[in-house]
Design a protein around this ligand. Sequence first.
Ligand SMILES: [Zn+2]
Length: 437
Amino acid sequence: MKYWNPYLETMEKHELDRIELFYFRNIFSYAKEHSLLYRDKLKGIDPDGIKTLDDVKKIPLTDKQELREYQEMAPYPYGGILGRDIEEVTAFRQTSGTTGKPVYVPETYESWQWRIEAWCHILYMAGFRPRHRVFLPFGYNVYVAFWEGHYASEKLGCELVPGGALDTRGRIHKIIETRSNGMMNTPTYGLHIAEEATSMGIDPKSLGIERMLCAGEPMPEATRKRLEDLFGCHVFDHIGGTEPCAWAGMCEVKQGLHIIEPFFLVEILDRETLQREVEEGEIGVAVVTPLGRRSFPLIRFNTKDLVRKAKASCPCGRTSHKISEVMGRIDDLRKIRGVLFSPKTVEEIIRKEFQEIEEFEIVVERRGIMDVIMLRAEVAPAVPLAAIDPVRERLKESLKIGTNLSFHVIIEPPGSLPRYQLKAKRFKDLREGEKND
Ligand SMILES: [Zn+2]
């Protein structure tokens, strides 16, 4: 079968809209009644006034800072974001806390099953089937995406091999031992596994991975293709977050991501005003309302993820709305010497044109009144010394063309830059007053 849920995935668009509006009004009323945050925030807004999806735009957005503030209330540790009785909560999860105090996420058994079902759409769309033995190369700790991946692949009928409590070499041995043919990982960690396997004399292709689902960082198309080449497998992207859940995934056509409808109402708003829905082809901020989760109701959550809105039709036959590209976090967009800069562009250039670069880091500093942008790039051990200067020159040129900025390029010895398992931190803005997650 082609679809996890043929009924929902091929539903006429106007029907999807109708259902989403109905669900939105429901969760709106529920949140207003059961969550302290929304009792305050939605005071004076009558759900009967929400008659169309355009009316939704009049309701205020929710941001992470408000969640943090309301968590300070009772009952500990969820406070005013909780939408059910605390005794019904069956799972504790939390955000990574890279941008400040973590947000604690309460899940009841019911809300957890809702999350898993949404995730099943993502896995099935990426071609995961009961024949797959899926290796998950992380210790899950309190981080939600691994648990979702674990339970969703079980629900799908895959066989899940948890790969925590091992180092990367141990994980590679485990993949070989279990003959795993599927994997879920960050793009960065996929590249790291390939690098480590190669250093062990093992061709990553020989691991026999057939499907890989990635998330956790924006994945440029060049990185996706590089992973496909390295492992000789199909690589898929998806996007989500701890608070709003995973809300879009890539189908086998591999052109952009389908929004998981009608689980989520996703708006893509103009990043300056946060009011107007952008047109197809334009970039905007994703604002997500999970439509069926009551343990932690969220209305119009500002994800701060920048995405490009795509044409809605897809050769796979799914009728949901699509995004063509995940651009990265709005917080990572910077003005450098008057030029708008996104770190993702650098990754795209490196993964596409510089196979000899294994790891890199971007550093921005202010020297006097000048902003200086540096690329520290680490070459593979096999690259001969004589090739280093030409690589540096090519890098400078490609980066200048791709970003309109002149980079200082520093070539670092193999193994000297940090390696990441979860979210990579390859962008460091050391200028005063600039945010640095
Ligand atoms: Zn599709």
